[in-house]
Unconditional design. Structure first.
Length: 404
């Protein structure tokens, strides 16, 4: 008999392997500028290339899984991910590296988005919250580990071997998924499919102002996070900090604060409501970004942790909001639209502040981040009107998405 723990480990591994690779170059950016004699904005494209391909393909991952099966889709995507990951280690130019990063991003939605849907269909309703929490914990740990492993390997063996190490970890996750991810549950009868149903659902989403307001908030918050955590590498690699690549990798440990704080979002929602919680989260992020202007490294780290926590809390609230403003029959595609907006924000964030960085340095990037976080809080306060509760259907996937 299969251990009930093993399928949960597989869900954790699916979350981890997605985000292990997504932001892996972020801690390498100063080194890549030296290796390729490139500008900061040019090497930041190694981050944006992956996130923009995630944004473009995420809405369609569910359709692929419906056609060939969820477990088959997840495992196939992880195995395909190995190809551009290893080719990235052989890149002879920055443009080539950006291309392989783009192809890495194409594989990722078929892992994380399909895993979320798999949870909703494979586990009993009373276990889904716990299993989803494991997935989100895996995604946060994976996001940190990708950056940290890259930063740890680069001084020892060079940035190319960082991708080899990531590929090795990806193989381990693939083995876990092949052996322990549960087989697909039978499809519920009566579920509509086909192009007509997809177009009908998307037409409804694009004319739903409540949903669009949630998508804008998601765009702004991941824009803030990626703008800050991309350009802070250049800031901290310069005097008075002059951190090495390995030391920059340790900075990303502040992401782990999200594992501790995000589960408290439910209590914040009960006390302050969705609009109040987002406003509070935006304020925490903004104050944290102000703290990063200090010349004390511990204060900067604390500020980065606060900035990240505000984004993670807002993400959890926004995903719950998707489930409230969209009827149960259209929630899968609504999550796809939200993910599209979310990762478009993550794609603009690494490169958008480049002119501000060159004109005003780190204070300019901080100002951009505060402006985006504040705007997100204002939009939530004005446009997130209370909505009647919608009772979830048994076959409706939970309103959850990637933690980053």
């Amino acid at each position: 008999m299969t251990s009930p723990v093993r399928p949960r480990i597989a869900v954790f591994a699916a979350g981890a392997v997605s985000f292990l690779n997504l932001y892996a170059t972020q801690s390498l950016l100063p080194e890549l500028t030296r290796q390729f004699s490139a500008t900061e904005a040019a090497v930041a494209l190694t981050v944006s290339a992956a996130t923009v391909s995630v944004a473009v393909t995420a809405p369609f991952a569910g359709t692929l899984a419906d056609a060939i099966g969820r477990k088959r889709t997840v495992i196939g995507a992880v195995l395909l991910l190995l190809v551009p990951t290893l080719l990235a280690a052989l890149a002879q130019s920055l443009h080539e590296l950006i291309l392989w990063r783009l192809l890495q991003g194409l594989c990722l939605p078929a892992i994380f988005a399909v895993t979320v849907a798999h949870i909703s269909e494979q586990w009993p309703a009373d276990e889904r919250a716990d299993v989803t929490a494991l997935y989100m914990a895996g995604s946060v740990l994976g996001g940190f580990s990708g950056r940290f492993v890259s930063a740890l390997i680069e001084p020892l063996a060079g940035w190319r071997f960082a991708f080899v190490a990531l590929a090795a970890i990806t193989v381990v996750c693939a083995v876990v998924l092949i052996r322990w991810l549960p087989a697909d549950a039978p499809k519920p009868p009566g579920r509509r499919s086909g192009i007509a149903a997809i177009l009908e659902a998307w037409r409804g989403h694009l004319t739903n102002p409540r949903l669009l307001a949630v998508c804008v908030v998601g765009f702004l918050m991941l824009f803030t996070l990626q703008a800050v955590f991309t350009w802070v590498n250049f800031h901290l690699s310069q005097p008075p900090f002059s951190l090495t690549t390995t030391q920059l990798g340790f900075i990303f440990a502040v992401y782990l604060a999200g594992v501790v704080v995000t589960p408290t979002t439910g209590r914040l929602l009960r006390r302050f409501g969705a609009r109040g919680t987002v406003a509070l989260a935006a304020a925490v992020s903004s104050l944290g970004l102000v703290a990063t202007l200090a010349e004390s490294l511990p204060v900067v780290i604390a500020g980065l942790a606060a900035g990240g926590v505000g984004v993670f809390v807002t993400q959890a609230v926004a995903m719950g909001r998707v489930g409230q403003v969209v009827p149960s029959g259209g929630r899968s595609s609504a999550v796809g639209l939200y993910v599209l907006a979310y990762y478009l924000g993550g794609s603009v964030g690494p490169v958008g502040p480049a002119p501000v960085w060159h004109a005003f340095g780190w204070p300019g990037v901080v100002a951009v981040g505060i402006a985006a976080a504040t705007l997100a809080g204002v939009i939530a306060a004005l446009a997130w009107k209370p909505v009647p509760a919608i009772v979830p259907q048994p076959d409706a996937p939970p309103a959850q998405a990637p933690a980053e």
